[in-house]
Design a protein around this ligand. Structure first.
Ligand SMILES: Cc1ncc(COP(=O)(O)O)c(C=O)c1O
Length: 449
């Protein structure tokens, strides 16, 4: 057998990669991929990850309070999920599901159906990432409604985030992500203000919408919770005007908000739910959607259209096994209750900091373990030094002084976002809350000049 290093002298094996020193990693990233990732990550490089902790190249532990932006619901490198994935290898299972079917994906579809509100959503399709799932629902709406010529558009909300592929940025409500790409699908999408019930009624009653897509909580947009009235009106008007109601739960699903799906809070049953992030325990790319049978079959129930939305890795058995394992882990370990209890402790602590250090925190929002803290603007004379609002300085101090990983909302950088693994031990959460108090105290003192 040939040796790969004899063919390509600079080839790195997996063993080489695992043992690579930090300077080589940075050099390879800068040379062979996006160089700014090295700079914008604050130069941090983590070698290991376990539950709510990362170990950096110097062996120092960092506390993870962002869970790869809400992915690590079951904790980093959850051993139970790895064990279940290994079983697929040991069983030499058939892996690919794009144009065929197999046991592991079929079991995941069934399990997902069991979790849906009222068990009314029963037809699932899985894909690699969240944006691909959104492309899937845009097509689902269009193909299901294809014989209704008056239905020409999709309704969405301003400030929404649904991913970064062409269709996903079109239904997304932030023009930053639509730039430099021509017209995209923008002629086919209307955006209304989030939580504007009158605008929702007006648009839906026009009857032209194939689908309405909304996040139960706008996560990237700055943790804005949809009101019960908004979600319930959406249900009522989508029924009345024959529009497919899609809840994008890629960030809010999988127990994140304290219920398995966030639509359980306003008690609505959408026609379609998208899922991603926590669904595979963060180990294997997995996302998708689950729809009411009549909607799914209206789109893909005929031989003519059955294969209109396939992709090579759709239904992949390893991803499906990760999905089954993560569902089992979330349910058996009651992560919804954990999200409610830990989330309450975090939220109460944020509200306390807001009172204790006036003028720094504007608002605390969210549900379960998806909590946003909106910071006040920095006063005129200090902007040059500390930026537009206090979130950046607070985030910087928090992560540098205390080695805690947290992330602001991408579409709304004045909002600092807590998205801890739901399995995070209380010692880590308490450590982070104490550090947060000290970080707000730090910016409070700066604000006083
Ligand atoms: C609500 C929502 N939809 C879709 C996406 C896109 O998912 P992905 O990054 O896996 O493409 C995200 C990602 O943050 C999200 O929060």
């Amino acid at each position: 057998m040939k040796k790969v290093k004899d063919v390509y002298s600079g080839f790195y094996t997996v063993d080489d990669a695992i043992n690579m020193d930090v300077d080589t990693v940075k050099n390879l990233q800068e040379t062979y991929s996006n160089k700014l990732k090295v700079v914008l990550s604050g130069g941090k490089y983590f070698k290991k990850a376990e539950n709510a902790g990362f170990i950096d190249h110097e062996g120092k532990r960092h506390v993870d309070m962002m869970g790869a932006v809400g992915v690590m619901t079951v904790g980093n490198n959850n051993p139970f999920i790895w064990e279940q994935i290994e079983k697929v290898f040991k069983a030499k299972s058939y892996i690919m599901g794009a144009v065929s079917y197999h046991n592991i994906a079929a079991a995941l579809y069934r399990n997902l159906a069991l979790t849906t509100p009222g068990q009314k959503l029963t037809k699932a399709q899985i894909s690699g990432g969240g944006a691909e799932a959104i492309e899937g629902v845009i097509k689902l709406c269009k193909i299901a409604q294809r014989n209704k010529p008056n239905k020409t558009k999709i309704l969405s909300t301003i400030n929404a985030f649904h991913g970064k592929t062409a269709g996903a940025v079109s239904v997304g409500g932030k023009d930053t992500w639509q730039m430099y790409q021509g017209r995209l699908l923008l002629d086919q999408v209307t955006h209304i203000p989030f939580n504007d019930v009158e605008a929702l009624k007006k648009e839906l009653s026009s009857g032209i919408y194939q689908g309405f897509i909304v996040e139960p909580i706008q996560g990237e947009g700055g943790v804005h919770v949809a009101t019960d009235e908004f979600m319930q009106t959406a249900r009522e008007y989508c029924d009345k005007y024959d529009t497919i109601f899609v809840a994008d739960e890629i960030q809010t699903g999988c127990c994140r908000t304290g219920k398995f799906w966030a639509v359980e809070w306003p008690n609505v049953i959408p026609d379609v739910i998208t899922f991603g992030k926590g669904i595979s325990g963060g180990l294997i790319p997995l996302a998708g959607y689950i729809a009411k049978a009549e909607v799914y079959d209206a789109a893909y129930g005929s031989a003519e259209t059955a294969f209109h939305h396939t992709a090579t890795y759709q239904g992949n058995a390893i991803a499906a096994a990760a999905g089954i394992a993560a569902l089992q882990f979330m349910i058996e370990n009651d992560l919804c209750t954990a999200a409610q209890e830990k989330g309450k402790i975090i939220k109460d602590s944020m509200l306390e900091a807001q009172k204790k250090y006036p003028g720094i925190i504007k608002e605390v929002r969210g549900r379960g373990c998806l909590i946003g803290v909106e910071f006040e603007p920095v006063q005129a004379g200090l902007k040059e030094k500390y930026g537009e609002n206090w979130a950046m300085e607070c985030e910087h101090y928090f992560s540098e002084e205390f080695r805690i990983q947290i992330m602001h909302s991408f579409n709304n950088p004045k909002v600092f976002r807590w998205l801890p693994p739901l399995t995070a031990p209380m010692e880590d959460i308490e450590y982070a809350l104490d550090a947060f108090d000290k970080s707000v105290e730090h910016v409070y003192k700066l604000s006083k000049g």
